[in-house]
Design a protein around this ligand. Structure first.
Ligand SMILES: [Zn+2]
Ligand SMILES: [Zn+2]
Length: 388
């Protein structure tokens, strides 16, 4: 086995960093303090450049090699979730209603570990870019980073990322070529009719019957229960009708649902089906209907060469790995795959609560294997200058 590039004191610092981040979760687009904590950790590692305010609160640290070579980017996420954490750990969230319940605090600790390695041995050629991306949970962050003029100065040839996966043993990994994460998007259906006195509902055009009909009908556009080969899934996430009052027949309603498919092409057909259904039901109830899309995630595809590089790194680091089916969950990392040879792997987080569960907490023991795999992939592409 190769020597671990992180020593015991590094591990103490990385666990401490994760716990500090975990206590102070910030949701998508609001990651100001998180970004500052990351910059404070990165500065002593002496990167050639730190880019801040990248696509929002994004941070990128750049470590140059002396010889020409590829740019290799490793990406993690800054954001937490608007969910109240119920854990009783010492590092539980101090912010009411917000929690690091997707493990992005662990991902940040892993990438911060790479900074320690790069500080001691710069790349021999090319350059390493450590990207701390904002707003992954809403699907807005990767697009904003790519659209930021400063990203043109990063222009990665390779992009790697990971996501922790409950149910896979800690220290194990999963990866496959091709489809890695589903496409998804939220559809907001707004129905407008006319109110009346609650004693004369026949004078109103209420959205209540239409919404009652749309909930099962939209859900049935997916196969229900077990997912099909196209990964079609419709999840109703929010419904509102009228006002909280007893005297008014409602004249306004909203239904929010998340549409999910294996890839972007299939998403077009599912959107058409959902829109046609909403129009038909609204028409029968004499309601005006307006539809809009939110939190749009494109599907995520793993490049075969990038996957081979990660598998080689896993083998060399003795991290057991196997294939995986595409994740139902969406990931905006897929957008980097249009700019670079990109791949994301799943890192086991063991027998824990599910992601986004109020009791989820990234296991500290998963920091080292995640960091070892990514460091090895960086070294294999960029080489290693003598210790500075
Ligand atoms: Zn998440
Ligand atoms: Zn996540």
């Amino acid at each position: 086995m190769r020597r671990m590039f992180l020593g015991n004191s590094d591990m103490v610092d990385l666990v401490d960093l994760r716990h500090r981040l975990h206590r102070r979760p910030e949701i998508s687009g609001e990651e100001r303090e998180t970004a500052a904590t990351i910059v404070a950790f990165l500065e002593p590692t002496g990167p050639d450049r730190i880019v801040t305010q990248l696509g929002g609160h994004g941070v990128a640290a750049i470590y140059e090699g002396a010889e020409p070579g590829p740019t290799v980017m490793v990406r993690c996420e800054l954001d937490a979730l608007p969910i109240e954490e119920i854990s009783t750990s010492d590092h539980r969230s101090e912010i009411p209603g917000k929690g690091h319940l997707c493990g992005h605090d662990g991902h940040m600790a892993i990438i911060a570990g790479l900074a320690r390695g790069l500080a001691r041995n710069r790349p021999r050629r090319g350059r390493a870019v450590l990207l701390f991306q904002p707003a992954e949970e809403t699907g807005a962050g990767a697009a904003a980073v790519i659209a930021d003029p400063a990203f043109a100065g990063i222009a990665p040839d390779y992009a790697f990322s990971l996501h922790n996966r409950p149910g896979v043993p800690v220290g194990h990994a999963r990866i496959s070529e091709g489809a890695a994460n589903c496409a998804s998007r939220g559809i907001k259906i707004v129905l407008t009719g006319e109110t009346s006195h609650a004693s004369t509902p026949h004078h109103a055009r209420s959205p209540a019957p239409a919404i009652a009909e749309l909930i099962p009908a939209l859900t049935a556009l997916g196969p229900g229960g077990e997912i099909d080969a196209d990964f079609r899934l419709v999840t109703v996430t929010h419904v509102a009708i009228g006002e909280p009052a007893f005297g008014i027949t409602p004249g306004h309603g909203e239904l929010w649902a998340t549409l999910r498919t294996l890839n972007d092409a299939q998403m077009g057909a599912l959107c058409e089906a959902a829109e046609a259904l909403a129009r038909e039901v609204a028409g029968r109830s004499r309601l005006d209907v307006a539809m809009s899309y939110h939190d749009v995630f494109h599907h995520c595809e793993n490049d075969a060469e990038a996957v081979a590089l990660l598998r080689k790194a896993m083998d060399e680091e003795n991290v057991p790995h196997g294939p995986t089916a595409p994740s139902r969950g969406s990931e905006d990392f897929g957008l980097f795959g249009r700019k670079a040879k990109a791949a994301m792997f799943l890192l086991g987080s063991g027998d824990t609560a599910h992601l986004h569960n109020p009791d989820y907490d990234f296991p500290d023991d998963a920091i080292a294997p995640g960091a070892r795999v990514l460091m090895r992939a960086l070294r294999n592409l960029l080489g290693e200058a003598a210790r500075t």
